[in-house]
Design a protein around this ligand. Structure first.
Ligand code: HEC
Length: 116
């Protein structure tokens, strides 16, 4: 009798921890979806904003898609910069802009960056 109770308790604990695990994974997925560049629609909107700002403020030196040769090296689009490097340099160059504009421009630059 005592043994049955113990087995029951162990089973219950196991079930609970499995449920917990499933929930944790589910939450992680949800967390991912809640990230800034989540849906295609949001991505499209950010890209459009990023492009607009880039054309206004950056294109005279970089052209619309970063293809203009630069005195100090290859065109922006051929520098093979990682997403992190792009985010960092873009934030630096757009210091006074709100975060969502920085993100938009960084995403736009990422979209034309050729990988090494
Ligand atoms: C007056 C001309 C000019 C303007 C305007 C300009 N850039 Fe640049 N940019 C340059 C030059 C020149 C370089 C290359 C510098 C170098 O070799 O380190 C460069 C390099 C970069 C790089 C690459 C840095 C690296 O580590 O290789 C990024 C990213 C960049 N620019 C983003 C921007 C963005 C975003 C804007 C608009 C907000 C902008 N630039 C506006 C001239 C300009």
């Amino acid at each position: 009798m005592r043994k049955r109770v113990t087995v029951g308790a162990v089973l219950l604990l196991l079930t609970l921890s499995v449920t917990e695990l499933v929930h944790a994974r589910h939450d992680a997925r949800l967390g991912l979806q809640a990230k800034p560049v989540a849906t295609d629609e949001e991505r499209g909107r950010l890209l459009a904003t990023g492009k607009k700002i880039f054309v206004e403020r950056c294109a005279k030196c970089h052209d619309e898609r970063g293809d203009k040769p630069l005195k100090t090296g290859p065109p922006l689009s051929q520098r093979g910069l990682s997403d992190e490097e792009i985010a960092r340099t873009v934030s630096g160059r757009l210091k006074d802009a709100p975060d969502d504009e920085k993100r938009a421009v960084a995403l736009y630059v990422t979209s034309f960056m050729k990988r090494k």
